[in-house]
Design a protein around this ligand. Structure first.
Ligand code: UTP
Length: 309
């Protein structure tokens, strides 16, 4: 069966980014000129997804508004286009209007409310009725992935061959591995691992590998029954990793070491790095930004110096 639906759990409290996330969703913070979530939604679109399901919490209307039609904005832009005398300005405004329309026409979108932030597993369970009895994708908005072939598309290609759940993996240096879910497994094909176990946030010395689970999953509907009966785990939340461990007892699960560069945009440092690198890639900004970086005097800004290479 084709993967047509994708769940975007976005109901977390975003505590690592407070106070910026006190009244707005973390995934609406802008990376250069688009909210973080739009990069991830575009990855889903470019991977062939046809319907997306946002799981949102209180105070997250901004996500709905962003992917909805904005009549006022479109009308203002249309009249500015009519008034503009200069051709270049007209083209710029038309481009803005096309982009605004494209965002709202991108998908068939459904919204589900997670009443309480009781964990990622609980958020995915909330999408059960909309997903029904078919395999589906889960994309976490915090993980923005830059790649030639969209990360989810790489995973869908593996799913199409093996018809089993596939989770995205990334090699992480030992000192940081304890912040992730980590897999044990054997490499069975190019970048593909057949899993034999998973541990959530192990001590580095206990980690079964250096392959961490990151925010992309292709799951089968059997996960819902498991999540519905799972007791709360770490931090008193319904943990997706606990559900996956149970699923692994019933089904083969593969891990796919995706090709591309991932940014943890839900973390302050990760967000800064992503902003820099997307800025450097942006054709409108890169020349001036590179000039600025070239003449930037770090010492006068913060009293520190770049470490010697
Ligand atoms: P995180 O672990 O990043 O939690 O959740 P968080 O609340 O977003 O951020 P911090 O750690 O407090 O700063 C991983 C993903 O699961 C979603 C989050 O929105 C994020 O996309 N999530 C988490 C939910 O949708 N509901 C929850 O109850 C918990």
């Amino acid at each position: 069966m084709r993967i047509q639906k994708a769940v975007f759990p976005a109901a977390g409290l975003g505590t690592r980014f407070l106070p910026a996330t006190k009244a707005q969703p973390k995934v609406m913070l802008p990376l250069v000129d688009k909210p973080i979530i739009q990069y991830v939604v575009e990855e889903a679109r470019d991977s062939g997804i046809e319907q997306i399901i946002f799981v949102t919490g209180r105070g997250q209307r901004a996500i709905e508004d962003h992917f909805d039609t904005s009549f006022e904005l479109e009308r203002v832009l249309e009249s500015k286009i009519k008034e503009a005398s200069d051709k270049k300005k007209k083209a710029e405004l038309q481009h803005m209007l096309d982009e605004a329309r494209e965002i709202s026409n991108m998908f068939n979108v459904a919204y589900i409310r997670q009443k309480e932030a009781r964990g990622l597993g609980h958020a995915i369970l909330a999408a059960r009725d909309v997903i029904g009895n078919e395999p589906f994708a889960v994309l976490l908005g915090d993980d923005v992935i830059y790649s030639k072939t969209p990360c989810l598309k790489q995973m869908i290609d593996s799913y199409s061959r093996y018809k089993c759940p596939v989770i995205a993996l990334e090699r992480i240096p030992k000192e940081s591995i304890g912040r992730f879910g980590v897999i044990a497994g054997d490499c069975v094909d190019d970048r593909l691992y057949k899993l034999s176990g998973m541990v959530e946030k192990p001590k580095p010395e206990d980690a079964p590998s250096d392959l961490a689970i990151i925010g992309r999953y292709i799951l089968t509907p059997e996960i819902f029954e498991i999540l519905a009966n799972l007791p709360p785990g770490r931090s008193d939340e319904i943990q997706l990793t606990d559900g996956l461990v149970e699923l692994l007892g019933r089904q083969v699960i593969y891990g796919y070491e995706f090709e591309g560069r991932r940014y943890d945009a839900g973390d302050k440092l990760g967000f800064l790095i992503a902003t820099m690198e997307y800025g450097l890639r942006n054709p409108e900004l890169s020349d001036e930004f590179i000039d600025y970086l070239g003449q930037m005097d770090i010492k006068s800004i913060c009293g520190k110096e770049l470490p010697k290479k």
